[in-house]
Ligand binder design. Sequence first.
Ligand SMILES: [Zn+2]
Length: 107
Amino acid sequence: MSADDLRSHAFVRGAGLNFQHRGERLTRFSLRRMRVAVCPECLKHDIANTNSQPQLAPYGRALWQIDAIKTCPTHDLALVTIAKDMTPGQMHDFTHHAAPRWPASTI
Ligand SMILES: [Zn+2]
């Protein structure tokens, strides 16, 4: 993935409490900043389709960080909160918080 691709999918902080994501304006309060929500089926898919170490395959989706998004658009399943009350220095480390919760049957 190129740097431009990463940048185009990033949450970019604007003035005050505002963020921009793929042309959408969001406020800080519309983002899940202190919780990690995932779709378990997406994680299973990541693990099942990797050529690398399974524990390195799952990744967080940007949509999972938007509080208004409650279901996975791919699997039509409710997102599951797997971590909360994170310290500020660790809140954006998806693997740190999610790895202990990977589906046990897939690793
Ligand atoms: Zn999913």
